[in-house]
Design a protein around this ligand. Structure first.
Ligand code: HEM
Length: 379
């Protein structure tokens, strides 16, 4: 087995253990860029069609079963995912300031020292579990952005919190955000109704807002959910792939590490499936779309995660790699931060050439990922 096959095989487990039927359906239908499934559902796999759906087709941002709709069902509204027009543009401008180049640089002081402390066991022959570490890093970022003392308690604050929050607070925040997302997903799974699932989602969202402090708005809670879940899914999967595929030389090279980072984010596609609903008729990839049609936008396939192994020396075209962060007016505002954080994690791990010693899938999480991913330095 080649190292690439080993990496791909391990990573596939996060899909197969949690959503085997969905994964099989998506794999079986990806031969065509767009495929209609029954009367009201379209599967969108191709890069151009995916981009077209997110940038040209009017989408119903509050429909049940979409990201914005899930937020509304958990009684959180006005959360970016569900917004449109000038309100959305203003909120995005505020976020662009917090998560732009300068903001992201400032945020580094909230997570980088913590990262180095948590990796200290590696040179001593110890192990590190990347999942709780990713949760802590995400919690520290969210705390710095939104926690009490950030000057905001909401996503419209004036700048990042200068220092990391107390470890307990930022961890509690991250756990609450992960639980809010998982509960929201459980309450929206297809199949028989789950008694109490919606009430649990509402409770989880309320707990998260309480932790964010007085004045935290719904948008702050949603930002916390978006940041924590993607980070907890993405970082451990990317590290496992890097270790299994023997890519530590690229991670150790400052000239190659950024391209390797983009490649690992592309093949792991942490948010692999974007459920959306058409607000009006149109077409996607030449296929007619009616108002109310459900679109399953497969970010993983649009970015070619299934086609091409990651390689920092021959990276995919940036326009394609970026599709894992969406496209158009709602494209992920946290992409720069996600890249910078993963690049920092890879660079800090590279000198130890870690290998994966244990990996357990998280079957409850909102996004496919590991529940535990333990590494140790290569002997
Ligand atoms: C590997 C990490 C991440 C991935 C793969 C990811 C992916 C995505 C995707 C696919 C979308 C939907 C885009 C669309 O509809 O076109 C999105 C939206 C969003 N993401 Fe991320 N994301 C990541 C990290 C983050 C981080 C770290 C933050 C915050 C610090 C964040 C905040 C958001 C927000 C607020 C939105 C909603 C934007 C809007 O609707 O206007 N994300 N992300």
């Amino acid at each position: 087995m080649t190292t690439d096959t080993k990496a791909r095989r391990r990573d596939r487990r996060v899909y197969l253990r949690a959503h085997p039927v969905l994964f099989a359906l998506l794999a079986a239908t990806r031969g065509r860029p767009v495929r209609r499934l029954g009367r009201g559902t379209l599967l969108v796999h191709g890069a151009a069609a995916y981009r077209e759906a997110l940038t040209r087709l009017p989408l119903d941002r509050t429909a049940p079963g979409t990201t914005g709709g899930a937020a509304r069902a958990a009684r959180v509204e006005d959360v970016l995912f569900d917004q449109e027009g000038s309100g959305h543009r203003t909120a995005r401008r505020e976020l662009a300031e917090l998560l732009g180049a300068a903001g992201t640089r400032e945020l580094r002081s909230a997570w980088h020292p913590l990262l180095l402390r948590r990796l200290a066991p590696l040179p001593l022959g110890g192990t590190v579990d990347l999942v709780p570490l990713a949760r802590e890093l995400a919690g520290a970022v969210v705390y710095a952005l939104l926690g009490p003392g950030s000057g905001s308690g909401s996503s419209s604050g004036s700048g990042p919190n200068p220092g990391p929050g107390p470890a307990g607070d930022s961890l509690a925040l991250a756990e609450a955000a992960a639980e809010a997302a998982a509960a929201s997903v459980r309450s929206h799974l297809p199949g028989p109704p789950r008694p109490g699932a919606e009430a649990a989602a509402v409770r989880a969202a309320e707990r998260l807002r309480a932790l964010l402090g007085p004045g935290a708005d719904a948008r702050a809670a949603m930002l916390a959910v978006a940041a924590v879940n993607t980070t907890v899914a993405a970082l451990p999967r990317a590290v496992a792939w890097c270790a299994d595929a023997g890519l530590w030389d690229q991670a150790a090279d400052p000239a190659l590490c950024p391209a390797l980072t983009d490649e690992l984010l592309r093949v792991t596609a942490a948010s692999p499936l974007l459920p959306r609903v058409a607000a009006a008729g149109g077409s996607v990839g030449g296929c007619p779309v009616r108002a109310g049609d459900r679109l399953l936008l497969v970010a993983r396939h649009a970015a070619g995660a299934h086609l091409r192994d990651p390689d920092g020396r021959r990276p995919a075209e940036p326009g394609v790699a970026r599709l894992v962060f969406g496209a158009g007016p709602h494209a992920c505002p946290g992409a720069r931060l996600a890249r910078e954080q993963l690049a920092g994690v890879l660079a800090a791990l590279a000198p130890h050439r870690p290998v994966v010693v244990r990996a357990r899938v998280d079957r409850r999480a909102a996004l496919p990922g590991w529940r535990s991913l333990v590494v140790r330095a290569a002997a």
